[in-house]
Write a protein that binds this ligand. Structure first.
Ligand SMILES: CC(C)(COP(=O)(O)OP(=O)(O)OC[C@H]1O[C@@H](n2cnc3c(N)ncnc32)[C@H](O)[C@@H]1OP(=O)(O)O)[C@@H](O)C(=O)NCCC(=O)NCCS
Length: 165
């Protein structure tokens, strides 16, 4: 299920942020920022620029297994970007694909967007597999477009899904 962030998630968030591949591929999340501040910001959707969830096992006290966020929501151009990670203890069980699909359904059916785009470093094969399995086509490669957690600029694949796909 996708749900809001709870205080009980703090330790799982901290250990996920510290995990090497999350630090590498999601550097904007995996800094040494305060987890409580992150949780407050992610639960506050009031500006309409993002919608972010904990991906959790089903049930009232389901443990965090990942994160998914629609960000850079652009109301004028009815589009957004999507980002995600799966906690190291929950990999390879389909959580990333399921949660990306659910967030995209929300984007199209609840927010009314027409396009969601997704960018990942070309070397991040796992993320490319998630994108393709969630129905995002590759539009091309953005060259040296993002500084990842190793401090280097990487080429990224640009994927998208349209409401009309
Ligand atoms: C990439 C990541 C999100 C995958 O999460 P996950 O929940 O394990 O992915 P899923 O179980 O939904 O797997 C989806 C598909 O990707 C494949 N896959 C997952 N990780 C992979 C990897 N490291 N290398 C190759 N394929 C991989 C799975 O085998 C599956 O393939 P299938 O569709 O043929 O069955 C996770 O490894 C992660 O959080 N990595 C670090 C942070 C990151 O890369 N975030 C994305 C930034 S754009």
């Amino acid at each position: 299920m996708l749900r809001e962030f709870l205080e009980a998630d703090h330790a799982d968030l901290q250990s996920s942020f510290a995990y090497p591949d999350v630090r590498l591929w999601n550097p904007q999340l995996a800094s040494d920022r305060d987890v409580a501040e992150f949780v407050t910001a992610r639960n506050d959707w009031s500006e309409g620029t993002h919608a972010s969830w904990v991906v959790a096992q089903a049930g009232a006290a389901g443990r965090l297994v990942g994160y998914v966020s629609l960000h850079h929501i652009d109301a004028a151009n009815v589009n957004a970007e999507i980002g995600y990670w799966t906690a190291p203890w929950a990999r390879d069980r389909g959580y990333a694909v399921l949660s990306v699909r659910a967030a995209v359904t929300f984007a199209f059916e609840t927010v009314g967007l027409v396009r969601v785009q997704l960018l990942h470093a070309v070397e991040n094969e796992g993320s490319c597999r998630v994108a393709l399995a969630a129905g995002f086509v590759i539009e091309g490669t953005s060259r040296q477009s993002y500084r990842f957690g190793d401090g280097l600029l990487h080429d990224e694949h640009l994927h998208s899904r349209l409401r009309s796909d």
